[in-house]
Ligand binder design. Sequence first.
Ligand code: AMP
Ligand code: GLY
Length: 421
Amino acid sequence: MKVLLVGSGGREHALAWKIAGSPVLERLVAAPGSAGMAALCETRPVKADDVAGLVALAREISADLVVVGPETALAAGLADRLLAAGIACFGPTEAAARLESSKAFTKDFCRRHDLPTAAYGVFERADDAAPFLDSLSPPYVIKADGLAAGKGVVIAATRQEADAAILDMLGGRFGASGSRVVIEEFMVGEEASLFALCDGETAVLFGYAQDHKRAYDGDLGPNTGGMGTYSPAPVLTRDLIQQAYDRLIVPTLKGMAAEGCPYRGVLYAGLMLTDQGPKLVEYNARFGDPECQVLMLRLEDDLLPWLDAAARGGLAGRTAPVWRDEAAVCVVLAADGYPDSPVTGGLIRGADQDFGPDTVVFHAGARREADGALLSSGGRVLNVCARGETLAEARERAYAAVAAIDFPGGFHRTDIGWRAL
Ligand code: AMP
Ligand code: GLY
């Protein structure tokens, strides 16, 4: 198969790493890719949101399949344009990607289909939100409707903070993404990430993980895109996974098809495990980052046939992927100042060494100079991943590699996986 992989982060490096080992792969091109991915496949300087450029590149290389990592291209209609050009795409159409790109759409969808999630209201004017806020007790959950790179959610401890956040969002802080705000009831529980491959009609569970979203140890500090993950996450028992599949994933797939926008790609359910069972926090139209990294370390099966089946409507009859009977941990090395104002250009030494067969370092935001030096170029810089027979062993290996990497301009959490250990 000839494959075009869209994206340049740690998630896409992990996908490239797995796809590169596929026996059915003929050619893999990443756009735009990264220095890390360039060691595994060809890279082309077409940006992940350049829809026309990506379609042209897919044509040029006669791609059999385009695998889309990030949500921005999907929300911009990349899948629609590829399908119109007769090219199979792993990733939903613009209309189906609304499950991620519009929180208001998703909440209304949950209401129409009676899916378990937090009570909510959608507002375009701050005054209109007051009666709904009056009906809630703190903390208040305030969200910008549209895509905001993981920054559009405020958990406000007081009514004053909630009012300020609403004014801030409606006042244009997130541009058009904040022209509507979603206000939600606060759900109490532990969070977990559950993944399902979908082909429009059939959904196959495709792994689960837990992410640490806060920047600092002890789950303190600002929210980030994710500072580290582990899989499996023992908190997601077989029974809870089945409940989430039956009450959320399956009715979502049916509902989307019935509403004329069948969902193809990976459906990522951000779950809150409440006293009343799993409830939906949010859907994403892509693999989690850095959840994908630990899933790829654990996946025994060839990934490509799975992605291809999801893209072409061929999942019926497939049961579950085969996973290695091992745990995996990912520790994110972030640049100082992340998430607010990461300082880039920091020198990284020791990331290229051979850490053994069970440890892999993915590039999330790093670039290579002509002389070979590796420099930070983003907020999340490296994903140090390892697997082991137990979570403890995987974590030990990951942190041993972290200790062997010299990145004075960065920081990481030292407690990834603490909930499970
Ligand atoms: P989201 O971007 O929607 O995943 O929200 C970011 C984070 O805010 C989530 O990972 C949760 O920790 C928290 N959050 C979002 N919605 C709720 C809610 N209704 N109740 C409690 N926490 C929430
Ligand atoms: N790790 C959370 C996300 O990908 O949204």
